[in-house]
Each structure stands twice: as C-alpha cells, then as structure tokens.
Design a protein around this ligand. Structure first.
Ligand code: SF4
Ligand code: SF4
Length: 94
C-alpha cells in the first residue's frame, strides 16, 4: 500500500523559544575537552575570538584575556584556527 504523504499544513508546530535567552543557558557543561591558553605563544591576533561560535573568548584592550568556560562547548575551532598553536585542547577532569 502506498504511504500517504502529509502536506506541510498537517505537520505539528515546533517549539518557539523566547528571543534573547541564550545568556540564561550555560552550555559549558556540554564540554568533554576544554581549551587551555598558552600565553607565551599568543600574539593576540584574536583569530580565535573571530571564529568562536559561542562568543566564549573574552578580550581586554584588544588582547586575548580568557575563555568563558560557562559558555565554551569545547568544539576546538579556536585551537584549530590559532596560527601559533597557543591553544591546547585538554580532556575535562571528572
Ligand atoms: S588565535 Fe592564538 S595567537 Fe591569536 S589571540 Fe587567539 S590564542 Fe592568541
Ligand atoms: S572550544 Fe569552541 S566554544 Fe570553546 S572557546 Fe574555543 S571555539 Fe569557542
């Protein structure tokens, strides 16, 4: 028997979340690895800051300051893009 396809009007509505709530969800506890900054290698180019999808890199006076571990999900993009290998991804401690 041929399966009857639903039209888009018959699909159930998805959830709609309130806008501007991302600050309330601290996603850092998703992490299994964490970025560690190696200051002696860092040239403060801020490429890591540009690439971080979670805005989890804090800067001060145009320089790298620290990771915001409340929101960093440990994706490793910053370490991958850093031109000076100044970020190391380390396993999270239990
Ligand atoms: S990308 Fe690397 S060298 Fe550039 S600011 Fe970030 S940690 Fe420092
Ligand atoms: S590991 Fe991912 S989320 Fe965390 S600071 Fe680096 S780019 Fe941002």
């Amino acid at each position: 028997m041929e399966e009857k396809k639903l039209s888009w009007k018959q699909l159930p509505e998805g959830d709609v979340l309130e806008a501007g709530t991302s600050r309330n969800f601290k996603t850092g506890n998703w992490r299994s690895v964490r970025p560690i900054h190696i200051p002696e290698r860092c040239i403060h180019c801020l490429i890591c800051w540009v690439y971080c999808p979670d805005s989890a890199i804090k800067t001060q006076d145009g320089k790298f300051l620290e990771f915001d571990y409340d929101y960093c999900k440990g994706c490793g993009i910053c370490a991958h893009e850093c031109p000076k290998d100044a970020i190391s991804m380390e396993p999270e401690k239990k």
